[in-house]
Ligand binder design. Structure first.
Ligand code: ZN
Length: 244
């Protein structure tokens, strides 16, 4: 049997401390809810939060992480540039990254995308239907045609990201907007899965279907154990003719 994937769930963990409307939904923090779901999915799970030393992302933790899950919102600017650089290097070297909801504006996601990652938004608690638009994709495994969330924040196009390497979900919102809500990107040897839902005042991460998508995403972006690319000046593999 292969070793279980090592998953680190990173959460800013500020809304839950400062806002009763969020604490009542996630009393122990969004990271604990997601971590519990990932344990049930069979992964070996740890959590890390912004206010821990090095945001809980020491070199040992990052080295021992196959897939990092990221939720942040109100304190993106407090994340140290050194930690962002370390996470970025790990992703390029093959660590998987799952970026959730407002993580679209995190330093690490913007750095990996190279664009503003801006979007439209509205907090009206409206209905969202997340359509699986690639029925062959492993991240959509075990779902129906769509997931319907009765109340979510709206994110609308245009979403300023590079064209995703794989587009798995598109959301429709009651107010009329649409959004690319499940996107996979390849960077170096690493893969990134961005998944849209999860506004902090709604119980979205308590839902089994949403937890299933996150677990599917973890498996999909897990390291592929591919060869490290070789760059720079190289000797020929075959004997070249003496003159040409
Ligand atoms: Zn939100």
């Amino acid at each position: 049997m292969t070793e279980p994937l090592r998953v680190t769930v990173w959460n800013e963990f500020r809304h839950e401390k400062e806002h009763e409307s969020v604490r009542s939904v996630y009393p122990e923090g969004i990271h604990k809810t997601i971590a519990g779901a990932m344990e049930k999915a069979g992964f070996r799970v740890r959590t890390a939060t912004l206010d821990e030393p090095m945001h809980g992302l020491t070199p040992d933790v990052l080295e021992g992480t196959d897939v990092l899950i990221w939720w942040g919102h109100m304190a993106h600017h407090e994340v140290s540039d050194d930690i962002v650089a370390a996470v970025h290097a790990r992703v390029l070297d093959g660590m998987g990254l799952v970026v959730l909801h407002s993580g679209h504006f995190s330093k690490i996601f913007k750095r990996l995308m190279g664009t503003s990652c801006d979007l439209k938004w509205r907090e009206a608690g409206e209905r969202e239907r997340i359509w699986a638009i690639d029925p062959s994709h492993p991240i959509a495994a075990g779902l129906g045609q769509y997931i319907e969330l009765p109340h979510e924040e709206m994110y609308g196009e245009h979403f300023d990201i590079p064209a995703p390497d794989e587009l798995v979900f598109v959301s429709w919102f009651q107010g009329g907007e649409v959004f690319r809500s499940g996107c996979v990107f390849h960077r170096g040897r690493g893969k990134i899965f961005y998944f849209r839902p999860g506004h902090e005042t709604f119980p979205t991460y308590h839902r089994e279907d949403i937890q299933r998508v996150i677990a599917n995403g973890v498996r999909y972006v897990a390291p592929s154990d591919t060869a490290k690319p070789v760059y720079g000046n190289v000797k020929p593999i075959e004997v070249l003719p003496e003159s040409h």
